[in-house]
Design a protein around this ligand. Structure first.
Ligand code: F6R
Length: 242
């Protein structure tokens, strides 16, 4: 595990953007795993800049998002589908047919999950997966549990996650209670992982994830077993890690 301490959010995002741009340059048809939330916002801005200024080419890139809320249609501004197009895909030359995001309105959720894993497999697996970390140690929406959930699955969101994500919604009641998330095995199968963490509120969980026991109660702790993971931590989240 490589641990990089970035001096601020800008530095964290720029370092992550260099890794993603390098991956795309070396393998223009890479399969990228995408995250949403606050943490990767500037990473996406940086990548858009590299696309516009030096022509970083996304035309052969395939993407799979980590997760999506259940019950939100694509056009809902809080859906991760909307987030990804608004913050990233609408500003680069990616082909729409190469974008995979779980369908939050799927009628047959189990089938949607199975099909999602099959699509990842059919595309040759994920080359580079971007991850954030929840205050409770979740990656994707794999919440603390008594076992690691392997494949893409339906999740009941923790109260802590609902509270944390309420900042994006008008009221906490509007936060969906369920989501679809890639499983831990799906994530661990990615060839490379880049975990980003920013903000003082992530410091403690990050410490447990990186140095504590490997346990499904801190889902991100499984990353200790991955052979190619880079953790880029913004200074304020890093004081227990140094
Ligand atoms: C988002 C995701 C989540 C977030 C995590 C941190 O697609 O999978 O695991 O990465 O909840 O969210 P922020 O970045 O908003 O603190």
């Amino acid at each position: 595990m490589r641990i990089v301490i970035a001096k601020d959010y800008e530095d964290m995002s720029a370092r992550a953007a260099r890794i993603v741009a390098g991956q795309i340059y070396l393998k223009p048809n890479s399969v990228l795993g995408m995250a949403t939330g606050s943490t990767p916002l500037l990473l996406y801005k940086e990548l858009i800049k590299v696309h516009k200024e030096v022509g970083l080419d996304f035309s052969e890139i395939i993407t799979f998002n980590l997760d999506e809320y259940l019950g939100l249609p694509k056009e809902d501004e809080q859906s991760y589908y909307y987030y990804m197009f608004h913050h990233f895909f609408d500003h680069i030359n990616i082909k729409k047919q190469n974008i995979y995001i779980p369908d939050g309105m799927a009628q047959e959720v189990e089938k949607e999950c199975r099909d999602y894993d099959r699509s990842i497999h059919n595309m040759g697996g994920i080359d580079l997966q971007i991850l954030g970390i929840g205050n409770n140690g979740h990656i994707g929406f794999n919440e603390p549990d008594i076992k690691f959930e392997a494949t893409t699955h339906k999740v009941k969101l923790d109260d802590e996650t609902i509270e944390a994500n309420a900042r994006f919604f008008a009221t906490i009641e509007e936060v969906p209670r369920f989501a679809i998330s890639m499983g831990i095995k799906t994530i661990m199968h990615a060839k490379k992982l880049v975990l980003l963490a920013s903000g003082e509120n992530k410091a403690e969980v990050l410490y447990h994830a990186l140095y504590g026991g490997i346990t499904p109660e801190v889902p991100a702790s499984i990353l200790q077993l991955h052979q190619d993971v880079t953790v880029i931590i913004e200074e304020s989240a890093a004081h227990l890690v140094k």
